[in-house]
Design a binder for this molecule. Structure first.
Ligand SMILES: [Zn+2]
Length: 474
């Protein structure tokens, strides 16, 4: 299909999606949809991107509304295959923009007070609430949600609620439309414009500080640490001079930044060893991260039992070496960390103990498949619901760092046993069976989806690290 035809179809579809918005927004929305499309069909590659990774493109398009049937074409047709695109049909309603009242839900608000703010009565509220089962979504309105009211004034000077829009986020919500004394309910799904953004960083002190220096959102840094959580212990392994790069989406709606999207590809070089991960959505529609050979980044065990990013954004383990004692001294690894730092189960399993035990203090033991066992000692407290018999998943918080038992300062004492024998988790994990890989039958699909992305990501890395990125100490 010709590109121009694609754009036309795309705009038609998107115009219908947004058509319940006031007319004044239509042109803008359409123009932005066009922009989305162009950004998406453009290669991600370096040539089209400025050093900061953002493509700036101005479009001049004829966007006169075409009221045709929507077809199946959607945003997801232009990016990597995603989960099935929800089919939504919203009837075009072209009304005067001035009639909409927009209310942001604040803490302490309730529906009744919000309705009265726009001149509607409790009876009006009950009429909406009782119009259908779906209307019950209105009973769960939280601060930050937006409620938009369309109340045209009739010839008698009286206003009647014609449409009510509930937005949980700029992307998601519900539209209630008056229909013969009742309200029809439809879902609203807006598609954000995705702008791939490429960032690089070098570790001088901590990963978090490196991210801050490069203005990489903390949530994206944490996501990267999670992706590599099976191959790098982000408490013990990072060294000054390590570098990393992340290609991730930023989301825009109507030209406004609305949030950070997923990491598409990322790379971390730890003490000279480079790990690369690419996002892949498998045939079941589940997203995961894999290396270029299709091996999952998710390993049987997490390298670090601490979730350091959750408690202390600038905790810097390298300033004071976090290993207080060696494995030889007492069969465990000690992680110095601030009191209260969340401790996570390093693998799926079942809690076999969560109670006080002499010099271990508050102790959690988790039993895993294959004869493995992990122990977590000196906890200040257990996580909610953690007790003997509880099943946990890898990464679940099981307790918090403390000083119970014989501990001179707050730290986690972590033990790793295989068949009842203590092992050094930092060396034994490498000897465990390899992680899950993409099914050979699915490798074609994996390659199709990721080859281009990986190639461009690799190009971005080679140009950037040669020309831009000189490690700086501070
Ligand atoms: Zn210890």
């Amino acid at each position: 299909m010709e590109l121009t035809e694609l754009i036309k179809q795309f705009v038609r579809k998107q115009t219908l999606v947004v058509s319940h918005y006031p007319r004044g927004h239509l042109t803008l929305a359409g123009a932005l949809c066009g922009l989305v499309l162009v950004l998406l069909v453009l290669p991600l590659g370096g040539d089209d991107l400025e050093p900061n990774g953002r493509a700036e493109i101005v479009l001049d398009m004829d966007l006169s509304p075409k009221q045709e049937q929507p077809d199946a074409l959607a945003l997801s047709d232009f990016v990597m295959p995603l989960q099935a695109t929800p089919q939504i049909e919203v009837q075009p309603v072209l009304e005067d923009v001035t009639l909409w009242r927009n209310i942001e839900v604040k803490s302490g608000d309730n529906l009744s007070s919000i309705f009265s703010k726009v001149g509607l009565s409790d009876q009006d509220l009950f009429r909406v609430l009782n119009s259908s089962d779906e209307a019950k979504v209105l009973n769960q309105v939280y601060p930050g949600y937006q409620l938009d009211f369309l109340i045209p004034v009739n010839v008698d000077g009286k206003g009647e609620l014609e449409q009510l829009r509930l937005l949980k986020s700029p992307l998601e919500g519900f539209l209630f439309t008056l229909n013969n004394n009742n309200y029809d309910v439809e879902s609203i799904l807006n598609f954000p414009q995705l702008r791939p953004t490429f960032k690089v960083g070098t570790i001088a002190d901590s990963l978090f500080m490196a991210g801050q220096r490069e203005q990489i959102p903390a949530v994206t840094i944490m996501e990267m640490a999670n992706i590599f959580g099976g191959v790098i212990d982000f408490i013990l392994d990072p060294r000054a001079g390590d570098d990393f790069s992340i290609l991730y989406d930023e989301k825009y709606l109507d030209g406004e930044f609305i949030g950070h999207g997923d990491i598409l590809a990322t790379q971390y070089t730890n003490q000279g060893k480079t790990f690369t991960a690419v996002r892949y959505i498998n045939e079941e529609g589940e997203a995961g991260y894999y290396n270029a050979e299709g091996e999952s980044m998710r390993k049987a065990f997490l390298r670090s039992p601490l979730d350091v990013f959750r408690i202390s954004s600038n905790f810097n383990p390298s300033r004071r070496h976090p290993i207080l004692n060696t494995i030889r001294a007492h069969k465990g690894t000690d992680y110095a960390a601030p009191r209260g730092t969340p401790i996570r189960a390093t693998s799926d399993g079942q809690v076999t103990r969560a109670s006080r035990n002499g010099s271990f203090g508050n102790l959690v033991i988790v039993k895993h498949a294959g004869g493995f066992e992990t122990k977590y000692a000196h906890l200040s407290k257990y996580a909610n619901g953690v007790k003997k018999g509880k099943r946990v998943r890898q990464g679940d918080i099981i307790g918090y760092v403390g000083t119970t038992g014989s501990a001179t300062g707050p730290h986690l004492h972590y033990e790793f046993l295989m068949g009842g024998v203590h092992q050094n988790p930092r060396t034994i994990i490498d000897k465990l069976p390899k992680a899950e890989s993409i099914d050979p039958a699915e490798m074609d699909s994996f390659r199709t989806q990721t080859a281009d992305l990986l190639k461009r990501f690799s190009d971005m890395n080679s140009t950037t690290f040669i020309t831009l990125n000189q490690p700086s100490a501070d």
